[in-house]
Design a protein around this ligand. Structure first.
Ligand code: ZN
Length: 305
């Protein structure tokens, strides 16, 4: 084989190797101890805009958010997928973390969203502008993301009116139970309208060496509202919230990650002081939220308007 052709083949083989290499070989990015120990790095800080280092989650999935709000980055052979962006001011922090992991921001090709509130979707328009990524909306998110105006049926609507999100260009909507296939990885969208009308959970499979696991980015499941709102007066919303909890409980789910990291004890789990993998994590997460919701409904029933 002539030398030029040999070099070309070698480069092609190396490129294929990089794509096909087990995830463990892709983890040799130098990281100081503090970056591996998220619990320590964010100790006493859980602000939505408090900078956090990037941290490895599992396989080719990374945490690139702040101490208070989750943003996830997934490397696929077809480009990077980003979940959420945090508050508007977090766009720089997220892109800094992406760069720290050795990825150029322009390699982000898709952005997916958990729910359409300011603290998770606030930075998406800016991230889209700076990366050129396509935003794929969850089953009931597109109109809110496009307009930036909140759904009036959201129990937090009066509060959200004070924190509109910058309108986002939505490339398409992913229907419930269907998957965006990005670089061969299937990201399945699940409508879980418990916390907000557009609440969406996403699941995907990741491998690390010979071991493969399903990551569930299960959306917030808290049933909170603006003052004066009563779920008991809004049967449609109650039905939607229960339906969302049912879907979350049944998600394929071995590694649970939530938009607020504390809701799934994410940092102690990333730092190794609690198990990262827990096959009943989503069931337990939904059960705890169902219990709180039942308590709220009971309180509203006995409290006169
Ligand atoms: Zn929210």
């Amino acid at each position: 084989m002539e030398p030029a052709l040999f070099a070309k083949r070698l480069l092609a083989a190396l490129a294929a190797l990089t794509l096909a290499a087990p995830a463990s070989t892709q983890l040799h990015i130098p990281r100081p101890q503090a970056e591996r120990d998220m619990a320590k790095a964010c100790a006493g800080r859980d602000g939505w805009g408090d900078p956090a280092p990037p941290a490895h989650v599992y396989g080719n999935t990374w945490y690139v958010g702040t101490c208070g709000i989750t943003t996830l980055l997934v490397q696929t052979p077809g480009g990077l997928v980003l979940f959420d962006g945090g508050i508007p001011q977090a766009a720089d922090l997220v892109l800094d973390n992406v760069r720290k992991l050795g990825f150029p921001p322009k390699a982000i090709r898709w952005i997916l969203v958990s729910h359409e509130h300011y603290d998770h979707a606030g930075a998406v328009a800016e991230l889209q502008r700076r990366t050129g990524a396509k935003v794929i909306a969850g089953p009931n998110q597109a109109s809110i993301l496009r307009s930036g105006k909140h759904d009036p049926s959201d129990p937090q609507a009066p509060l959200l009116a004070k924190a509109p999100i910058k309108p986002v260009k939505v490339a398409k909507t992913q229907a419930h139970g269907t998957a965006l296939v990005a670089g061969g990885v299937h990201f399945t969208a699940w409508a879980t309208p418990t916390h907000s009308p557009g609440s969406t959970s996403w699941t995907w499979r990741q491998c690390q060496g010979t071991e493969c696991r399903t990551i569930a980015y299960a959306d917030s499941a808290s049933t909170i509202s603006a003052d004066g709102y009563r779920f008991v007066d809004d049967p449609e919303r109650v039905k939607a919230a229960h339906q969302g909890l049912k879907v979350i409980a049944a998600l394929p789910c071995e590694i649970l990650v939530t938009p607020h990291p504390s809701a799934s004890d994410l940092f102690p789990r990333l730092s190794g002081s609690q198990p990262l993998v827990r096959p009943d994590a989503c069931t337990a997460y939904a059960a705890a939220a169902s219990k709180r919701f039942a308590e709220r409904l009971a309180r509203e029933t006995v409290t006169p308007k």
